[in-house]
Ligand binder design. Structure first.
Ligand code: NI
Ligand code: MN
Length: 229
């Protein structure tokens, strides 16, 4: 079996897993990189939110209310979403895993911040380690700097990793290359770059470096691209 990753620009992703549709960090409104709008999505089963920043929470509140999707995030982000009228939330926290209909999800550490768009407390930022029901193992780091424990995350044998390369707010290209060496995924997708000038990065030259120095394949995705994992 296989699952499909859809890239919507910046760090917004869609996963198609065994007939279920899972959005990750659904930032469409105000996302200069997005070619979709939130209104394009009618059937959403789950929304995963890595942390509270606006470019990741994005359109979560509107999408969850309209589609009835269950939102999974850390406890503090879930509390805030409930205060905004989102009814179906599932709170987890760093190191905790849970079996959902799409597969097993564990929240991992991320070195970053997590304040909500209105400034309220958003707990600790997280990465997502997903063992899809279809068998693939995926790691979506969220916004983070490099950390050596990526080695532990990679021990599961990753089919895919999505990591930032845009620098300034997250890992830049050099640390993202080191991250690939720690994670050892079959395929890596660079994200969180090019959306604004401050996070510009040359993904093609980064891809060439990764493929020269590691066994990992790089999939540079544009908004609207899909990848069978
Ligand atoms: Ni952030
Ligand atoms: Mn971000």
């Amino acid at each position: 079996m296989a699952c499909t990753l859809n890239f919507y620009g910046h760090f917004a992703l869609g996963l198609e897993i065994d007939g279920l549709f899972v959005l990750v960090d659904p930032f469409f409104t105000g996302n200069p990189a997005a070619t979709n709008s939130a209104a394009d999505f009618d059937q959403v089963d789950y929304i995963l939110v890595t942390h509270g920043h606006g470019d990741h929470v994005g359109d979560t509140v509107e999408l969850a209310k309209r589609t009835g999707a269950t939102v999974i995030a850390n406890f503090e982000v879930c509390n805030w979403l409930q205060s905004q009228g989102v009814e179906k939330v599932h709170a987890q926290h760093i190191g905790g895993a849970h079996d959902h209909a799409f597969g097993n999800l564990k929240l991992t550490i991320a070195h970053h911040g997590s304040s909500m768009p209105d400034g309220s407390y958003g707990g600790n930022p997280a990465g997502l380690l997903i063992k899809a029901k279809t068998g693939e193992k995926l790691y979506v780091s969220g916004d983070t700097g490099l950390f050596y424990d990526m080695t532990l995350i990679g021990e599961v044998g990753l089919d895919l990793a999505v990591i930032p390369i845009g620098d300034n707010f997250t890992m830049g290209p050099d640390d993202a290359l080191r991250a690939v060496k720690f994670l050892k995924p079959k395929t890596v997708v660079p994200a969180h770059f090019g959306t604004w000038p401050i996070i510009d990065a040359d993904a093609e030259s980064w891809a060439a470096r990764v493929e020269k120095q590691t066994e990992t394949k790089v999939a540079v995705m544009k908004a609207g691209d899909s990848l069978v994992v």
